[in-house]
Ligand binder design. Structure first.
Ligand code: S3P
Length: 164
C-alpha cells in the first residue's frame, strides 16, 4: 500500500507522514525533498529560476516516475493534487488522505514563509485571505481523496486506524 498525504501548506503532511511511516515500519517519501535533492535547489530557488509552471511539470513528473517501494507513505506538495491528472493518478496508485485544516489554524502554523515561494511576502492578514481563496480553488481537488481527515489534533495512531 502506498499512502499519499495531501493538503494545504502547513497542515502537517511531512510530520504526519514521518509518524505514520514509523508506525507502519515503512519508508517515507517527501516529494518536495526528492525535488530539492535532485535539482540541488530549494523550492524557492527553483521557482525563482524557472517559474511555477515548470515546477508543476516537474512535481507531476516526479510523482509519476518515482521508484516507490510497495509499502510507503508519501508527503506531497500542497499544490500537487490540483494540477494535471495528479489526483486521479494518486487515487489509482495508492490510498489518498486529505489532511483538512481551517485557514486560521494554517496561518498560525505557517511561520517559516520564506521557504514557500507562494506566500513568502505575506503578513498574517494577507495570508489568511490568500489561504481562503486558494482553499476554495483547491478543495474540489483535495476532496477527491479517499479519506478526508481533520488534521487538527490528529495522531498517527488514529490515522493508521482510519486507513484500515
Ligand atoms: C506549494 C506547496 C509547497 C511546495 C511549493 C508549492 C503549494 O509544499 O510544493 O512551495 O502550491 O501549495 P508544502 O505543502 O509541503 O509546503
Amino acid at each position: 500500500m502506498k499512502v499519499f498525504l495531501i493538503g494545504f501548506m502547513g497542515c502537517g503532511k511531512s510530520t504526519k507522514a514521518k509518524q505514520l511511516a514509523a508506525r507502519l515500519e515503512c519508508p517515507v517519501i517527501d516529494l518536495d525533498a526528492v525535488i530539492v535533492a535532485q535539482e540541488e535547489k530549494t523550492i524557492a530557488e527553483y521557482f525563482e529560476a524557472y517559474g511555477e509552471a515548470s515546477f508543476r511539470e516537474l512535481e507531476s513528473r516526479t510523482l509519476k516516475t518515482y521508484p516507490y517501494p510497495d509499502i510507503c507513505v508519501v508527503a506531497t506538495g500542497g499544490g500537487l493534487p490540483c494540477f494535471f491528472d495528479n489526483m486521479e493518478w494518486m487515487n489509482e496508485n495508492g490510498k489518498t488522505v486529505y489532511l483538512h485544516m481551517e485557514p486560521s489554524m494554517l496561518v498560525s502554523r505557517l511561520h517559516n514563509r520564506q521557504k514557500r515561494p507562494l506566500i513568502k511576502d505575506f503578513d498574517d492578514e494577507q495570508l489568511l485571505a490568500f489561504i481562503e481563496k486558494k482553499l476554495a480553488e483547491r478543495d474540489p481537488f483535495y476532496t477527491k481523496a479517499q479519506l478526508i481527515i481533520n488534521a487538527f489534533d490528529l495522531d498517527a495512531e488514529t490515522l493508521e486506524e482510519r486507513l484500515e
